[in-house]
Write a protein that binds this ligand. Sequence first.
Ligand SMILES: O=C(O)c1ccccc1N[C@@H]1O[C@H](COP(=O)(O)O)[C@@H](O)[C@H]1O
Length: 208
Amino acid sequence: MLIKICGISTPETMDAAVEAGATHVGLVNFEASPRHVTLEAAASLRARVPAGVKVVLLTVNMAPTDLSRAVDLVQPDVLQFHGRETPDWLAKLRETLECEIWKAVGLRDQGTLERCRQWIGKADRILFDAPAKALPGGNGEAFDWQLLANHDHKMDWGLAGGLGPDNVAEAIRLTAAPLVDTSSGVETAPGQKNPALIQSFCEAVRGA
Ligand SMILES: O=C(O)c1ccccc1N[C@@H]1O[C@H](COP(=O)(O)O)[C@@H](O)[C@H]1O
């Protein structure tokens, strides 16, 4: 089971996520987010992560020139796109970059789920999240997990949106998600990650 702890912004919480057994750690470069880190800060946090744990750099509608600087500086294992990026652009990035390309999609209904087929062969993984609100993600909102129950997935995928230590086991049971992703659910306030909550989340996933 893959576990992503996203929106990490301090060395202490990065170390806590690694020690708790996260397989992926996420850094958010998006100024409107309470979890925003500059690319320089992201590079410095990235340097603490041991081989074997993958670093995910999350961006939203980033300009191509800025993206190439971000990749050079941070050297992520995964780029997570959380905006209105097009399938063709991501497919091109997938061909030219060494890192994995993930696309986050706000899952509203069955129609959205069907339209997600457009990402097959264009992204390495699709991340199902709650529909956008004030922010495109990171709102701590869950969506109707029943939409994914027994769904015939045609590409790698993961589950995000409002997951925390108290509901992640149920989410896995209902959806059989191979990867779970949390941000708000392991915080005491927006942007304030908590090591004990990170630990509880990882234990709940492993116990599911
Ligand atoms: O975390 C943010 O602030 C954020 C900003 C813009 C886009 C995505 C963002 N977060 C990602 O959204 C999902 C769900 O987060 P949550 O657990 O509901 O808070 C996750 O991938 C976050 O990393």
